[in-house]
Design a protein around this ligand. Structure first.
Ligand SMILES: O=C(O)c1ccccc1N[C@@H]1O[C@H](COP(=O)(O)O)[C@@H](O)[C@H]1O
Length: 228
């Protein structure tokens, strides 16, 4: 597809307030994430997420984010929140991720250097709808606001990928222009404090991603729509 027709998908993650969910929808964000990972400062319970989901506009996805949660916890979230996508940030394997009959995204840790090759990731997670590259690993947590070395992104994935880890309104344009992801995922970079999003930073982030998308004279194509 010509890059001029391509629109980078945007996910805002770790929302805890209905007002932030409403603003994300109004800004044209494609998905919002609710975090159920133990130990996260953005963690909410299924009942809270169900209430937040009601603030979500139609055609905006709800993503449930887990990190080594039990199957019972995941099932309870699926039952109450009805997410359209699951995101697994821990040591879950493909069989676990597939158990819930929903599309899933597997987060790949980039904090300890280059991961397995693209084909090896695909072989390990054939059921993944997409991969998400974040800066966790090597002793660092997800949602930490840290960047990783984008040049270490693996090639030959055969799936769309989301770029994550330390994205902000200041680096979103470069991140999209440099890596040409299917989508971007941001948490800390649009916050005043963990879980509390900042309206101006949300707006600025979307605007910077759209600025990177808007290159009408660029006839370069996007390989497999954001896949590497
Ligand atoms: O946001 C969290 O607290 C979190 C906790 C555990 C696993 C994943 C988490 N969020 C994901 O972290 C990345 C990057 O966040 P940041 O922008 O660097 O703060 C993002 O993929 C979130 O979905």
């Amino acid at each position: 597809m010509p890059r001029s027709l391509f629109r980078t998908r945007i996910k805002f993650c770790g929302l805890t307030r209905a007002g932030d969910v409403r603003l994300a929808s109004e800004l044209g964000v494609d998905a919002v994430g609710f975090v159920f990972a133990q130990g996260s400062p953005r963690r909410i319970h299924a009942a809270e997420a169900r209430a937040l989901r009601e603030a979500l506009a139609p055609l905006v996805d709800a993503v449930a984010v887990f990190r080594d949660n039990s199957a019972e916890e995941v099932r309870e979230v699926v039952r109450q929140v009805k997410p359209s996508l699951l995101q697994f940030h821990g040591g879950e394997d493909d069989a676990f991720c597939r158990r819930f009959d929903l599309p899933y995204v597997k987060a790949v840790a980039m904090g300890a250097g280059a991961p397995a090759s693209g084909p090896a990731l695909l072989a390990a997670f054939p059921g993944a709808s997409a991969f998400l590259f974040d800066s966790h690993g090597g002793g660092h947590d997800g949602g930490s606001g840290r960047c990783f070395d984008w040049s270490a992104l693996p090639a030959g994935l055969g799936r769309p990928f989301l770029l994550s880890g330390g994205l902000t309104p200041d680096n979103a344009h470069d991140a999209v222009a440099t890596t040409q992801p299917w989508g971007v995922d941001v948490s800390s970079g649009i916050e005043t404090a963990p879980g509390l999003k900042d309206g101006e930073r949300m707006r600025a982030f979307v605007s910077e991603v759209r600025r990177a998308d808007c290159r009408p004279d660029d006839d370069a194509t996007s390989p497999e729509g954001g896949a590497r």
